[in-house]
Ligand binder design. Sequence first.
Ligand code: GDP
Ligand code: MG
Length: 448
Amino acid sequence: MDHTHQHGKPVSILRFSGCKEIIVDNRQLENIFNHPEIQDRKVVILSLIGAFRGGKSFFLDYCLRFLYAHFPSINNPSKQTQTFFRKDDNWIGKPDEPLKGFSWRAGTKRETVGINIWSDVFLHTLNGENIAIFVMDTQGLFDRDSSPTDNSRIFALGTLISSIQVLNLNHQVQEDQLQYLQFATEFAQYTLKNKGKMDGKPFQNLTFLIRDWQNCHEFEYGPYGGKRYFEDEVLKIRPSQGSELQTVREYIKNSFDQIGCCLLPYPGTDVATSPQFDGRLTQMDEKFKIELKNVIEHLLMPDNLTLKKLNSQKLTVKQVKVYIEQYLKIFQSGDVPKALTVFQSMLESNMNSLIKDCIDKYKTGIFYDKNLKNLESIPIVHKKWKYEALKFYNDSKKIGDKQHEEIYKAQLDNKLEVVYSEFKNIHEQRFKELKKKEDECHAKVEQE
Ligand code: GDP
Ligand code: MG
C-alpha cells in the first residue's frame, strides 16, 4: 500500500491578490483537466472549504490516503481498477507515518488565499461508468481578514465547481455561516423559476463537517448524529432569525440533492496545539481516530461518491472544464455575481459545449468516411455528416428556450460550413493531384 502521496502535489488554480482581485492560473487548470485519459470520464470533485487553521488540509490528506489505498490514479496507473470495491481496512496507514499531501502546519501565519487542486486524479469504475475523482482545498478564507463578500464569493465558486462541497466548521454551525449559502439558494430559486428548462436540483452534495464537537451527549459523533443535529437544530426556523436566514433555510433543500453533516471529536492536545505534530496517528485521541476513519469512509465509499451533474445530466471532465473556466471568468470581477448572471453563463457554456460536440462528430464522420473516394463524393459525405451533426443537436437535451436554441443552431450551421470549406479545399486538392498522377501513369503505360 502506498501512503506516500508522492504521485501528486497541490496546485494553485486560483488565488486572491491584494484584497479583491482573483488571479486564475489557466495553465495549471489545463494541466490537470486536459489529461487525455480522463476527457470522457464522469466527474467527482470533492471540495473542502472553511476558516484558516480549521484542520482542512489535515482532513484532506487523510482523504488522499483513502483514495490512494483504493483507486489507481493518472500518476499511478499500476494499481488495478477494482470491478468490485473491496474496502482495505488498513487504508488509514501506519501509526507513526507522518502526514503528507496538501500543506498543513501548526502556527498562526496565514498562508496564501485561494483554491488548490491535487495534481493527481483518481480513477474508478462506478456501476459500469468510468469516473475521475478530483480533490480541492481552499486556503485561508473565512478568517477575520477576509470580508463576507470574499467568503460568499469563494463559497459560491466552490459550490458551482464541486460535486461534494464540505463546509468545515468549528464547534457548531453559526447563524452567519448559513449566509454563505445565500448564493446557492438564490441560484436554486432561479432554476426553480425556470422549471421546464431545468431538471433537478442545481447542486449535488453539501456536507457540514463540524470539528471539536462538544455536544456528543445529545448528538453522537459521525454522520448519524450529524444528520440529527442538522435537521433538529440547524434547519429549525425560529421567529428571531432574520428573513434572509429563514429563506436560506427554506431553500437549502431545493439547492442540493443531498445535505449531510458529520461530527468529529476533539483530536487531542498534540493535534490541536503541538508545533511538532506531524500528522501521525499515534498522537491522536483514540476516539478521534475511529471517527476520522468513519467519516472519511462515509464521504468517499464509492456508493456515496456524488457525480457532478447539470440539468440532471452527468458531466464529463471535458465539459466540466468549460464550465469552470466560464465561472472563474465571472468571479474575477470584485463582487459576488448575481445568480442570474451565472445562470445565463451556464446556459451559454452548455450550448457551446454541445456545439463543440456536434462539430467533433461532424469532423470525425467526414474524416473517416469510407465513401470519400473522389471529387464527386466530397459534397455527398458533407451532406450526410452535417445531417448527423444537426440531428445530434436537435436530439440533445438543452437548457435554453426555443429562440435561444434557434440562434445556436444557426451558429452551428455556420461553423459546420466553415469546417466543410477547409475540408473541401484540402480534399479537392488531394483528389486533383491523385487524378493527375493517375493520368500521367496511364499515359506512360500507353506510351510503352
Ligand atoms: P487549514 O488551514 O484549515 O488547512 O488547517 P490545517 O490542516 O493546516 O491544520 C491547522 C492546525 O489544526 C494544525 O495544527 C492541525 O494539527 C490542527 N488540527 C487538525 N485537525 C484538527 C481538529 O479536528 N481540531 C483541532 N482543534 N485542531 C485540528
Ligand atoms: Mg490548509
